[in-house]
Design a protein around this ligand. Sequence first.
Ligand code: SF4
Length: 195
Amino acid sequence: MPEKLLKIKLIIPLPISINKLYINQYVYDPKTKKWIPTGKRIMSEEGKKLKEQIQLETIKQLQSQEWDYEWTKTNYIYQDCYIYMNRAGRDDNNIFKLLNDSLEKVVYDNDSRVLTRTQRILIDSENPRVELIISQVPFRGIFDNEEQMRQFEERCRTCRRYKNNCSILKKAKEGRIQKEIDEKLNCKEYKKKKG
Ligand code: SF4
């Protein structure tokens, strides 16, 4: 039976752009009685508030949907975005920093596992928002899906290297391209086990 891939839908407030998200940090110097820039960039109050709002909304909406947070620790997920901008001319790339930062540790473990895809940009000045469809990807490492990986490993079980935790198999599951495995997924290092 094909594996059931989980999918959730979220509707969250439209994130602010990177320009508004970070501000310069200042410290007060009592000697000169002046505020001096430290050279560091910190999250603005507006950014912090919006991040909290996005997280609260997400937690609420997740309660009625099936999702597997643990799965995201070792697999990729698609994040399809339908963006309703507050005005024309905004760049979608500018909103992903706050969006992904907010969903990290709530929906997924690390945003490096997130494959973000903008599906549509519309303008809704009355109700700016982002509608997200977040789903588990079908591929596993170099394999197109779970079934293809299972079939490959089935053959590995008859190979001499399998019982020694074959590093080629391990790397293939991690998505590493190796010269030992060709495009048709034939392993050149296969050696039939005796007996
Ligand atoms: S050498 Fe190739 S066929 Fe043998 S266990 Fe490793 S990946 Fe599988």
